[in-house]
Design a protein around this ligand. Sequence first.
Ligand code: HAM
Length: 420
Amino acid sequence: MSTFKAPKGTYDLIPPFSAQYLAVRDAIAAPLRTSGYGYVETPGFEDVNLFARGVGESTDIVSKEMYAFETKGGDKLALRPEGTASVLRAALEASLHKQGNLPVKLWYSGSYYRYERPQKGRYRHFSQVGAEAIGAEDPALDAELIILADQAYRSLGLRNFRILLNSLGDKECRPVYREALQGFLRGLDLDDDTRRRIEINPLRVLDDKREAVQKQLVGAPLLRDYLCDACKAYHEEVRALITSAGVVFEDDAKLVRGLDYYTRTTFEFVHDGLGSQSAVGGGGRYDGLSEMIGGPALPSVGWALGVDRTVLALEAEGIELDIPAATSVFAVPLGDEARRVLFGVVTELRKAGVATDFSFGAKGLKGHMKNANRSGARYAIVAGERDLAEGVVQLKDMESGEQQAVALDGLVEAVRTRLA
Ligand code: HAM
């Protein structure tokens, strides 16, 4: 072991477990890639003010959890705690919204950083796959995103997740509700911190996990009862579209999210086998974010699914993804001459698109075959001096144990035929 360990709240992805991660990322991205979303990648850090303005100064993410730092050149940056603000910044910077029809649909995958108290499912470095549809106010877009996330989870075999859905209203109706909620909250018996929160971000108080607070919140005014007609109609349309796609959801009038940019549609995917860190993904509409970061009005909607928690959800449901072995063919040279020849064969097979590995380093047939077994390859190519003198190699079927001499000059074709 080295003197160093992965920093607190982080962990390494190591084979073979890491293959599950890649498969989860691919499964989440797959429905996006076939639904018109283009891949976007942004830097791991941004101007700190992008998040302060976008995500919200008073949110825990910005006020407590951000890895903010000043560079030697005096730039104030932060490791990205989430992807939406960055993706919108990138889209605006590249003027994607001016280059064709709206919405601009983008997907991304990467690492995010929050200085949180680590526990199972909550890390300081974690991974998300996300999608953002920028520049259109259309309930079908909100519905599309929810349906695609549902499809991604189902393709992984997940069943014990629920979709919670709410509307947070817009700039017309939310302020009226906010005031009503503040009036209610000011009358409760709450600590100083929470009292401060009532003035800055009262909706977050609804999300307080403490029982003593939750008890007092019974009877709090609900945003649902304050939605303006436009927001109500929009929300009903989203609900109808998701329902007709056969996607089951629960209305959750108390769902508020930890980021300030949300308007109207908000949703969360929760998994019931994960304990307190049950949110495997979340998202919603953020119609005002573009203007908040200096852009034009671009109503938008998106989500991000947590890869770490999705992997934990698979574990909780006892699902093992069927990941095919990375290697199809494993070459075992017996002797120096065979080493040189088989190394060439490996290169040829790889060029022909066959996933091939070579027994490096091992000594003796036993050691080589151990390597071959560990690789999970379907076939082993074994060759010694005598085989080569006859212009053949031994092609061994690792499942049946059967072995056959195959001419060296027809090997690539022979292997491809068998694998097909
Ligand atoms: P979020 O709800 O903050 O939303 O994060 C989305 C998902 O990332 C969570 O549901 C969770 O699975 C995962 N996640 C968040 N924090 C951690 C952590 N500390 N450890 C492990 N996993 C974590 C957003 O980030 C928004 N940008 C989503 C969005 C996109 N809204 C609109 N577009």
